[in-house]
Design a protein around this ligand. Structure first.
Ligand code: ZN
Length: 252
């Protein structure tokens, strides 16, 4: 599946790959990328998540975004799925087996999958190399989540250096949500795609750690797991503030 961009293609630095899980954060990242880059491909990882509903949400969201935003439709390139079940088997956690979601003795939630973002980005970079893409865009955030160490910008800077040394490339790992709260991520989505993007994110994205799709004003989910709790609190905070826009900022 190697492609070599031709003269008619967007320049390499305008061609990016979004790590797209089908959740609220990666939906905002996809919109952010479509707003600023000429060619945007998506990648999703199957690492044995307990709920394939997350992977189905990806397909629905891509279709909804293409239908609602004609200006973005022509920029949305193919979707890629990568099977990482062998990694999931090694790194089993509460997301991939039936364990309670709780804090472990290390101070990390049991939903932490060790090294997950590192593995995702190595695979994403290998795919990007073959596809002639230079930006790797992910929804990693160090503001208000559980302190996953592989979401920190310092970790990603080190990985970017390693990828560029190891692949003789000039990849950029871009993290537009790194310094945003969940409420500010809703604002960023609104500033990129208006209430239409908010509506389809609420309707079609899936953040919940369980497979439940019970409807709420902030989206579908069980309503009680840590991911639902965080998403609901961010939504309420954003709504209480009057659903403000969040103008785009230079990304770390
Ligand atoms: Zn939930």
């Amino acid at each position: 599946m190697t492609i070599t961009p031709t003269d008619a293609d967007p320049p390499m630095n305008d061609r990016v790959l979004v790590l797209f899980s089908g959740g609220q954060d990666s939906t905002a990242c996809l919109a952010w990328a479509l707003d600023r880059y000429a060619w945007v491909e998506t990648v999703g990882f199957d690492y044995g998540q307990r709920h394939s509903v997350e992977l189905q949400a990806r397909r629905t969201l891509r279709r909804s975004i293409a239908a609602a935003f004609p200006a973005w439709r022509g920029r949305l390139g193919p979707d890629h799925r990568i099977n990482l079940r062998s990694f999931g088997a090694v790194a089993a956690s509460a997301l991939t087996e039936d364990r309670a979601i709780e804090m472990t003795e290390r101070g990390l939630p049991s939903t932490f999958v060790p090294g997950r973002n590192l593995v995702f980005l190595v695979y994403a970079a290998a795919l990007a190399d073959r596809r002639g893409l230079t930006g790797l865009i992910g929804g990693m955030c160090e503001t208000d989540f559980s302190g996953y160490p592989d979401c920190r910008r310092e970790t990603l800077d080190a990985l970017q250096t390693a990828l560029n040394l190891g692949m003789e490339r000039d990849f950029r790992i871009e993290t537009p949500l790194m310094r945003l709260t969940k409420a500010q991520t809703w604002g960023l989505a609104k500033s990129l795609g208006g209430e239409a993007l908010i509506d389809l994110t609420v309707r079609d994205s899936h953040t919940c750690y369980t497979g439940e799709r019970t409807p709420h004003d902030w989206g579908a989910g069980c309503g009680v797991c840590p991911a639902c709790d965080l998403r609901a609190r961010g939504w309420r905070e954003w709504v209480a503030a009057g659903r403000p826009d969040r103008p785009d900022e230079p990304t770390p």
